[in-house]
Design a protein around this ligand. Structure first.
Ligand code: HEC
Length: 194
């Protein structure tokens, strides 16, 4: 019976002893050091980021115009994950948003991004996976004035908005931000191109 915990420890040891700092097999790579193939992957990641940012902002503006923040919250809840999934499928990559203070727990960061989420990395980041040829990127998202009705200091959030947020996201911790703060990241994983 004792052999099982022992074996578990043997298998876990490489991870416990510092490999975690390597983010598994993901290596940080400088933008200038990307290969030609990786440059294409990076361009795809940027294009996906631009598309998701643009589409979300447009939907948010539509929702705000239609009925203010309470309506826009509903739009974000339905549309945000769907838009990210559509872009991922269309472009053959995986894009999403994550944060150190989440509104929707389903926006949890992919495992390769966890150390950088924890350290609240404020600059863009590129990682390569030498085993699979995949490229992964984090693009920081800053809080702007128009984000404050739903992400600003809690006391400044209108009671109707607070109520709508709590009912849609009982575990919401994505308030209390100020303009210019780091809010989170777009994360994009681009598989090896064939
Ligand atoms: C009308 C309210 C509203 C406004 C305004 C708003 N958001 Fe959000 N935000 C939401 C909702 C609702 C979600 C959860 C979406 C989901 O379920 O994926 C969210 C989620 C996010 C997330 C994903 C991480 C998480 O916590 O789940 C980021 C990043 C984010 N918002 C950034 C912004 C930024 C930047 C702005 C301003 C440009 C902004 N938001 C404006 C309501 C809003």
């Amino acid at each position: 019976m004792r052999i099982v915990p022992f074996l578990t420890l043997v298998f876990l040891l490489p991870y416990l002893s510092g490999c975690a700092a390597n983010v598994g097999t993901w290596d940080v790579v400088d933008k200038d050091a990307l290969t030609e193939t990786e440059n294409t992957q990076y361009a795809a990641a940027e294009a996906a980021r631009d598309e998701l940012a643009k589409t979300l902002m447009a939907r948010l503006a539509e929702g705000m115009k239609a009925g203010g923040p309470p309506t826009a919250i509903g739009v974000c809840k339905e549309a945000a994950p769907e838009i990210a999934a559509t872009i991922s499928r269309a472009m053959g990559l995986t894009i999403g948003r994550c944060s150190f203070r989440l509104r929707n727990p389903e926006n949890a960061a992919p495992s390769w991004a966890l150390p950088y989420v924890k350290s609240r990395r404020a600059e863009s980041l590129i990682l390569r996976n030498p085993d699979t040829g995949a490229l992964a990127t984090l693009f920081p998202i800053k809080v702007q004035a128009q984000c404050l009705p739903c992400h600003g200091p809690t006391d400044n959030i209108a009671p109707a908005v607070r109520a709508a947020l709590i009912s849609a996201y009982p575990e919401d911790s994505a308030t209390g931000f100020n303009e210019g703060d780091l809010r989170g990241w777009f994360h994009v994983t681009v598989p090896a191109t064939t």
